[in-house]
Design a protein around this ligand. Structure first.
Ligand code: IMP
Length: 429
């Protein structure tokens, strides 16, 4: 028996919600280890629809939810989410939700700076969610973040706020944006402290205890490898590492606790925000994928850019992300297409290459080299076994496995939880 870590292998929105929900029902504890409320997924349980950004999905299944130290926590967004799911009947208490006391906070200055900087970037904007994620991570690394444990020490807060404001107000003023007073931030913190502090604890210690007791832990990644701050399409990325290795450092457990790494990949590709996307389709096929796949951002509602499956990028995500097996989602969106293409390499400045370059200029110049296969007319939606899949769809999945050098261990054929073909149970690995 193993723990399981779920990560996205493309640019996010691969349909993690359904897979994580299915796995969460088999886990004891579900841990978020990076990102913040820039993530978003929708869980459908019975007649209830839960929209989660920051809370670990396991809470919906009555499991313990953990927010690790690698997450940046917007306390207002967290409380709003807790209030919303509580109104829907979930019970969120310090017994069911553990938040790392060493997690950094997202404060109103961070969102303001994120948005002011995006506005100033003009055509080079990143297309962030505007939620202060980048500035909050910058403060953590610069050692000026306010962490949850600081809320219990008014004398620490006092000097940390001075340092924080000196930095942020200088930047905000330079960008022509409104600055903040110490009183404003103090009022904000005074309001959230009594609600937030009771949830905070030494998460690493409790997870260690859980490990000794043989409890199953599911680590729930947010965003995806191509948005990783080191391995993604920098600078068009998020501000955290999204690879599976971070499940350990972002929650305070041993690297060996990460367990089976399940990488989620959509049967085609989507991206929200700006940045390179070699297989993006600007034609009717791209629009068809977007319409059929309901490709609109969960957090911002922005339409997602759509394109063919890029096997080169996913092979890279498999390697750097430490992926043991792939959960392939939304295969049914390809039903009925005459032909389906897979990107198997690139052309860069007239040269063939199988490597995605690192510099942004070269990344935006690469042209995909496609392998095209016939599509299938039958529907794959709702299939629950290989036998129910058209032969051509099976060929497509098998070709993907060869190209990305990883097995497809789970196949999702509709948003319904049971419309899943399981080849290998990751918890039993
Ligand atoms: P940030 O994380 O808000 O700084 O945004 C940086 C980039 O990551 C932007 O392109 C966002 O659209 C993208 N991004 C952040 N979170 C998600 C997500 O959960 N799904 C898809 N894209 C995301």
């Amino acid at each position: 028996m193993s723990n399981v870590t779920v990560i996205g292998t493309q640019w996010g929105d691969e349909g993690k919600g359904k897979i994580v929900d299915w796995l969460a029902s088999r886990a004891d504890i579900v841990v978020r280890f990076q990102g913040g409320h820039n993530a978003g997924h929708t869980l459908v349980v019975g007649d209830q629809v839960y929209k989660l950004s920051l809370l670990p999905s396991g809470l919906v299944r009555g499991k313990i939810g953990v927010i690790g130290n690698g997450v940046v926590v917007d306390p207002k967004a967290l409380m709003t989410e807790i209030d919303r799911v509580t109104a829907q009947g979930l019970v969120v208490t310090p017994e069911t939700l553990w938040i790392a006391e060493n997690a950094p906070l997202i404060l109103p200055v961070h969102g303001a700076l994120d948005r002011a900087r995006e506005a100033a970037r003009g055509e080079h904007k990143i297309g962030t969610t505007g939620r202060g994620i980048g500035p909050a991570y910058e403060d953590k690394v610069a050692r000026r973040a306010i962490r949850i444990c600081d809320l219990a020490e008014p004398e620490t807060l006092d000097w940390k706020l001075d340092e924080l404001l000196l930095h942020h107000n200088t930047l905000l003023a330079g960008l022509g944006a409104e600055t903040f007073t110490k009183e404003q931030l103090k009022d904000f913190l005074t309001e959230i402290t009594p609600r937030l502090l009771p949830f905070s604890c030494q998460v690493w210690d409790r997870l260690d205890e859980a490990r000794r007791a043989g409890r199953r832990i599911l680590f729930e990644g947010a965003q995806a490898v191509m948005l990783d701050v080191d391995h993604g399409t920098y600078p068009y990325v998020t501000s955290s590492n999204t690879v599976a290795a971070v499940a350990a450092s972002g929650s305070g457990v041993s690297p060996s606790s990460v367990g089976f790494v399940l990488g989620i990949a959509k049967a085609y590709t989507t991206r929200v925000g700006e940045g390179p996307f070699p297989t993006e389709l600007h034609d009717q096929t791209g629009r068809t994928l977007g319409e059929r796949g309901h490709e609109f951002g969960t957090v911002t509602g922005r339409p997602r850019r759509c394109g063919w499956f890029d096997a080169v990028l996913i092979r890279r995500a498999v390697r750097v992300g430490g992926v043991s097996g792939i959960a392939l989602t939304k295969l049914d969106v390809l039903d009925g297409l005459d032909e389906i293409s897979i990107c198997v390499g690139y052309e860069l400045d007239g040269q063939k290459t199988e490597t995605f370059p690192s510099a942004p200029g070269a990344q935006s110049r690469v042209k995909p080299v496609y392998e095209t296969m016939p599509g299938w007319k039958e529907t794959t939606a709702g299939a629950r076994s290989w036998a129910e899949l058209p032969a051509q769809a099976i060929k497509y999945v098998r070709r993907i496995e060869e190209l990305i050098e990883a097995p497809v261990t789970l196949l999702s054929t509709s948003p319904e939880r049971d419309d899943t073909i399981l080849m290998r149970d990751p918890f039993e690995d």
